[in-house]
Write a protein that binds this ligand. Structure first.
Ligand code: CA
Length: 240
């Protein structure tokens, strides 16, 4: 799945090389030449992943990481630190500052993409193309198919609208956790999208209707006063 990847790198040649490789892999790179510029860009749109060079003019990459990890809105961004240093103590400083991973320059594009995939799998599984199975349902992001395995073993296709698909995929990759309407808007509709929270209820209702032929509507549980969750727990009560 295409991810918005913010590259914070002051050397134009390296930034361009990174951008070309990311674009080639189907991602959407965004370039910032300083930490300050990155902060301005992030104010508008949250990236899916960030590649942050350690040595930047002005605010350092490590200081940028620290600041973002403290912000409520930015704390969850997967971040990979790019460093020319390979000293173990430097690595520890980077990871302590909040980096999910670090890559020592020079690195191969293949290694970079593998690290990005690993970080996404860990922190944002809804952004990867890997199929998810739970509660008898299988969701495949690469083909956009949702299938249900009936008791006899026969596979049955379920028809979901694009928003219901994203909603189900996000909830299945973050099961058993309660998601507020606001959080679902951020994660499924996109950051900074101004939509009323009751829109979420409309799409949850449609999602349940789409799952009903498979007897799976109960997998989407309403948690009164809190939001919704995907649950496989027996006896989970849908209260609305
Ligand atoms: Ca640099």
């Amino acid at each position: 799945m295409a991810s918005n990847i913010l590259i914070v790198e002051d050397e134009p040649a390296i930034a361009e090389l990174l951008a070309v490789n990311l674009r080639h892999a189907g991602h959407c790179p965004i370039l910032a030449a300083s930490a300050e510029e990155a902060l301005r860009l992030i104010r508008d749109v949250l990236p899916d992943v960030m590649l942050v060079d350690w040595m930047l003019p002005g605010m350092s990459g490590v200081a940028l990481l620290r600041e973002l990890r403290q912000g409520e809105r930015t704390r969850g961004i997967p971040m990979i630190l790019l460093t020319a240093r390979s000293e173990e103590s430097d690595t520890i400083v980077g990871l302590d500052a909040g980096a999910d991973d670090y890559i020592t320059k020079p690195f191969s594009p293949k290694e970079l993409l593998a690290r990005i995939r690993a970080v996404l799998r860990r922190r944002s599984p809804q952004l990867t193309d890997e199929p998810v199975r739970a509660g008898g349902l299988a969701v495949d992001p690469s083909t956009r198919r949702v299938t249900f395995t009936a008791a006899g073993g026969a596979e049955q296709d379920l028809r979901l609208g694009p928003t219901e698909f994203k909603l189900l995929h996000f909830m299945m990759t973050h099961p058993e956790r309660v998601h507020s309407r606001g959080a679902l808007l951020d994660k499924v509709w996109g950051d900074h999208v101004f939509i009323e929270e009751r829109t979420v209820d409309v799409h949850i209702k449609r999602l349940r209707e789409a799952l009903a032929p498979a007897g799976c509507a109960e997998l989407i549980e309403t948690v009164r006063g809190a939001g919704y969750r995907f649950t496989q727990r027996q006896g989970a009560t849908a209260a609305g």
